[in-house]
Design a protein around this ligand. Structure first.
Ligand code: ADP
Ligand code: MG
Length: 256
């Protein structure tokens, strides 16, 4: 199976959560494959299993039944140590709430996965990752000194620093205003054009329309899976948006 161009392949993936005496079937027989270079949006109402699916694909959680191959390797046969290596080295995760460590600078946040891995990667990798998201000049700022959109760009740099096989993002624009959200989609589209494979969860059809493919979920199942024929281009959309609000320090400068 390795080398056939599929980064992700699942077969009959099921996840049940026990809630007291009852069980919740969060995922029911999801069989999905994602080829290298695809940008897949996962849509569906709240509770349809999107986060559960993303967590299984990110090896953050394990399925009740079914199998999952990442880069052709069967993750259900991996032990805890192998799985944590996979999470650290082959999966880049981006969250709705950024999840940066507040006491660390942007650069140190981006370095963290390298620290955890214990492998000596390229010393330039964190800085290069920040350059890719356009934040090199803010690398010594802490999260509280950055806007929401900038914090999410740091989180994307952190997800990229280990050069993962796949980028997973759960509602990455959910906490952002529309312009900052579009800037995040611009970064994702650029990364995707450079060859990155990614899956992003969103409930926003306009965000999904930036992807190359849309998978729709209901009640733990995939109910539709289609290519995007009229893909939105973040660069064009941003060019057509009104200019951003002036920065605080600029506004203060005008006060006599
Ligand atoms: P979505 O991300 O589409 O909103 P989720 O994957 O978070 O959906 O949830 C799918 C279903 O599984 C929901 O019914 C949710 O309540 C349930 N669920 C999710 N996580 C847990 C958990 N840790 N324990 C119990 N039930 C859960
Ligand atoms: Mg969710």
């Amino acid at each position: 199976m390795a080398g056939d161009g599929r980064v992700v392949m699942t077969e009959g993936l099921c996840k049940e959560y026990l809630e007291g005496a009852a069980s919740v079937r969060a995922l029911r027989e999801v069989s999905l494959s994602v080829a290298r270079g695809e940008m897949v949006a996962i849509m569906g109402p709240s509770g349809s299993g999107k986060t559960t699916l993303l967590n299984l694909l990110g090896c953050v959680d394990s399925p009740t039944r079914g199998r999952y191959w990442l880069d052709g390797e069967d993750t259900s046969r991996m032990g805890d140590r192998a799985l944590s290596r996979v999470r650290n080295e082959r999966i880049g995760f981006v969250f709705q709430t950024f999840n940066l460590l507040p006491r660390l600078t942007a650069l140190k946040n981006v370095k963290l996965p390298m620290v955890y891995s214990g492998k000596r990667g390229s010393r330039q990798a964190p800085r290069q990752a920040l350059e890719r998201v356009g934040l090199a000049e803010r690398m010594h700022h802490r999260p509280s000194q950055l806007s929401g959109g900038e914090q999410q760009r740091v989180a994307i740099a952190r997800a990229l620093v280990m050069q993962p096989s796949i980028l997973l993002a759960d509602e990455p624009t959910g906490n952002l205003d529309s312009r900052s959200g579009e800037e995040i989609m611009l970064i994702f589209q650029r990364l995707n054009r450079e060859g990155a494979t990614m899956l992003l969860v969103t409930h926003d059809p306009r965000v999904a329309q930036h992807a190359t493919r849309i998978v729709e979920m209901r009640d733990g199942r995939v109910i539709a899976d289609r290519p995007v024929t009229d893909r939105l281009d973040a660069e064009q959309l941003l060019a057509a948006m009104p200019a951003p609000e002036p920065e605080d320090d600029a506004a203060e400068a005008e006060v006599p």
